[in-house]
Design a protein around this ligand. Structure first.
Ligand SMILES: Nc1ncnc2c1ncn2[C@@H]1O[C@H](COP(=O)(O)OP(=O)(O)OP(=O)(O)O)[C@@H](O)[C@H]1O
Ligand SMILES: [Mg+2]
Length: 410
């Protein structure tokens, strides 16, 4: 496959593995030509617990996208959940080398590399560097200094670090599924590409992704990601509550939740017209949406209460001016916005619209957002270094990751 013409993304979620293959268009949009989806059997609460099953899920989803596009995938960008992630702000400084003092791409590369010099504990590794702003001869707030004149170039960068073990497991699974790694992108950054406007990111907004096993809270302000937190509660917990409360199996509870679930009790219909069969009984029983909601609402409230506590720890006891945007599978539930508005004591809550051209299924929004993120931001950073392939066979996987990371530093 011509790697220059295509971008591939993989999102290993708790519920599903998603793959998207797209062709960047000159107008900045991406023509999605391959999509793949597979149940994610080896992931619990956002953590890989079964390598073999995860490899299989990735392999199946990749194969599906390959079949749809008629193209062989050999490398991909990977979405990285905020779990075990820490953000460190750091500065890098270099002198501009050209005699005429014009800032070139190479100066940008050097200053980004200078910003990587931070003391890290043994169990953590740098996975990405996001430039927050450039400063030329003391003038700050510069987004793209290439072509400007200056003597001293500084970058205010956000260093993204991950626990080595969880990163190792994810990369190992992708590699074993026959795919090399082009780079890693924070899921929150990918999501923000398709779910937030730049005005919202400037004013201040929380992007809340309620998935199957986790809830991720990302605070954007002044156009940048400021804080990130993940806690291990999501839609699976709602399903488990429903299954225990109604005494039905997990599969049926999941189905009922998606079809009839209402997050706000007072919005749910009280007429008993949904048929269920309790475990160990052959008789059908009729339940109302309201009865389902009596099990759902407390868990949704708990998710938002924990979210609000985390927001307060981030220094925002009240929502910032652009409020909160809900996304992830659970955000599709009726009444969810109302519960969030009540818990956050603000009307500034909406659900994310997924209106990326041509894709109807919102489950792909992270992986499509990832392609947009790569298209818009990564090339300027260190794609060249990151796209060095992890060769099959040869040294151990971790050694290869180390080499690859060291490549970026050198
Ligand atoms: N219409 C719906 N109503 C309620 N819940 C839904 C609906 N659609 C999906 N969900 C729930 O959303 C969850 C899946 O969300 P999502 O696809 O965002 O998770 P994921 O990305 O795989 O998981 P995670 O981000 O936690 O690793 C499941 O619990 C599913 O039951
Ligand atoms: Mg997710």
């Amino acid at each position: 496959m011509n790697r220059k013409s295509f971008l591939v993304g993989i999102d290993v979620g708790t519920a599903e593995v998603r793959v998207a293959l797209g062709e960047p268009r000159p107008d900045g949009t991406i023509n999605i030509i391959g999509l793949g989806l597979s149940p994610s059997d080896g992931v619990r609460k956002g953590v890989i617990v079964d390598l073999e099953k995860t490899v299989e899920s990735i392999f199946t989803a990749v194969e599906e996208a390959e079949r749809m596009a008629g193209i062989k995938i050999d490398s991909a960008y990977i979405a990285l959940k905020g779990l075990n992630i820490e953000l460190i702000n750091n500065r890098g400084v270099v002198a501009v080398t050209a005699e005429d003092r014009e800032i070139h791409e190479e100066d940008l590369e050097r200053v980004m590399q200078a910003s990587r010099v931070v003391a890290l504990p043994m169990d953590r590794e740098i996975v990405d560097i996001i430039p927050r702003e450039f400063i030329v001869d003391g003038f700050d707030g510069i987004k793209d200094p290439v072509g400007m004149l200056g003597v001293r170039l500084e970058v205010d960068a956000q260093i993204v670090t991950s626990l080595i073990t969880s990163l190792h497991n994810l990369l190992r699974c992708v590699n074993r599924a026959g795919v090399n790694i082009d780079g890693l992108v924070l899921q929150a950054m990918a999501n923000s590409e398709v779910s937030l406007s730049s005005d919202e990111k400037d004013l201040g907004v929380f992007l809340i992704d309620i998935g199957s096993g986790t809830t991720e809270i990302a605070l954007f302000q002044y156009g940048k990601l400021q804080q990130l937190k993940v806690f291990p509660i999501g839609g699976d917990h709602i399903t488990t509550d429903l299954a225990a409360g109604l005494r039905i199996n997990h599969y049926k509870a999941e189905e009922l939740k998606k079809e009839h679930g209402t997050a706000l009790l007072s919005m749910a219909e009280s007429e008993p017209k949904i048929e269920i069969k309790t475990v160990g009984s052959h008789e059908l029983r009729l339940v109302s949406e309201r009865e389902l909601s009596s099990y759902i609402e407390p868990r949704v409230e708990e998710i938002f209460q924990i979210t609000r506590e985390e927001m307060a720890k981030m220094g925002c006891p009240y929502l910032p001016p652009a409020g909160a945007v809900l996304r992830g599978g659970v955000s599709r539930m009726k009444g969810i916005v109302e519960v969030a508005r009540h818990t956050f004591e603000s009307d500034q809550v909406r659900t994310a619209e997924f209106d990326v051209v041509g894709i109807k299924n919102p489950t792909y929004s992270t992986v499509v957002g990832l392609l947009y993120y790569v298209q818009r931001h990564q090339p300027r950073m260190h794609i060249q270094e990151q796209s060095k392939k992890v060769k099959k066979g040869g040294p151990s996987l971790w050694q290869r990751i180390k080499d690859w990371l060291t490549d970026i530093v050198d």
